[in-house]
Write a new protein. Sequence first.
Length: 427
Amino acid sequence: MVADKASDSPNEQNEDKLDVLKSTQTVVQTALDKLGYPEEVFDLLKEPVRMMTVRIPVRMDDDSIKIFTGYRAQHNDAVGPTKGGVRFHPDVTEKEVKALSIWMSLKAGIVDLPYGGGKGGIVCDPREMSFRELEGLSRGYVRAISQIVGPTKDIPAPDVFTNPQIMAWMMDEYSRIDEFNNPGFITGKPIVLGGSHGRESATAKGVTICIDEAVKKKGISVKGSRVVIQGFGNAGSFLAKFLNDQGAKIVGISDAYGGLHDPDGLDIDYLLDRRDSFGTVTKLFEDTISNEELLELDCDILVPAAVENQITEENADKINASIIVEAANGPTTLEATRILSERGILLVPDVLASAGGVTVSYFEWVQNNQGYYWTEEEIEEKLYKVMVKGFNNVYNTAETRKIDMRLAAYMVGVRKMAEAARFRGWI
Ligand code: GLU
């Protein structure tokens, strides 16, 4: 097992459990063991093959210069170029970006895309920055990583607190360096710059498809079911809309500042109308609940769509949902996964449930490469097929092997990468 060093203090033990890189490595190793791969495969896959740390100077609006730290991790490029988003967040760490790049490899494996995983992050708080400062930071990041990225090397995309505008600045900066228009460098662009129909709502669409499949397994239906969504950003807000339109009752939502609860169902269209571009809406209300309380609300379907380590061994016993579908990356710790699975709660893991985003990013990249663009209906149809296949593959692996869906997803996700590395003669 990867937890090689025995931690001495309870604090350290707790930190270990919340260490997303360590827990990812643990599951990757278990998956490889179950698939019968030798130790060197784990040795190769436990860390990114390439990791770049950059320091980005940005002239701020008050004319001062601020230096930001950024990362780009490329987990494994045996299958194809690496692919994954860039997050702008004050809590970004090197370890987190590494774990996120491994998750991207797994997602690509599960939905069978010709990519390996990559991820980027910049330590910053975009909520506190002006448009001009954000542009400077986005362009500076691209200049700093330009040597290791590109349409056939590593293709960035949006993630937490980044959006089509930021993708547009990044694409423009890369095209300037390259001296030609290069839309395939990045996905999640505005449609007029070669973005794809359906990309903005793709993560939520993918989650919706997983929910549709999961409820079938539990013998319930989305219509009339009670749903709690943690996070009202890109994934959470579109998801609330889709499920609300399908007749589900959204009884709880939250943002970084708190949650809203109404057992009779919240007015989602009103909340969507009032949310800001960072997904903040609860500040407008007085009667709020905490994010902890939100997770424990009585419901049928719980969707963590915010950040990591939200469901832990502390609250896993108190979750009152029969299905959890992870729209965020890494919201549930391994301990919590075990507790939930023992309690018979169906947990659809992040690397499967949130793969809709990268799937439509792949469609965007294909359209950029071929210079011919598909309609929204064509994208939706393709996404549906990919997600249902991925879901069933993971679900059936879990059933046959009598394991939880997280481990099953890792087994499905890691296989292609390990095979590709073997054929290339790397291991
Ligand atoms: N950031 C998204 C994710 O975590 C999308 C990545 C992409 O589109 O490449 O899956």
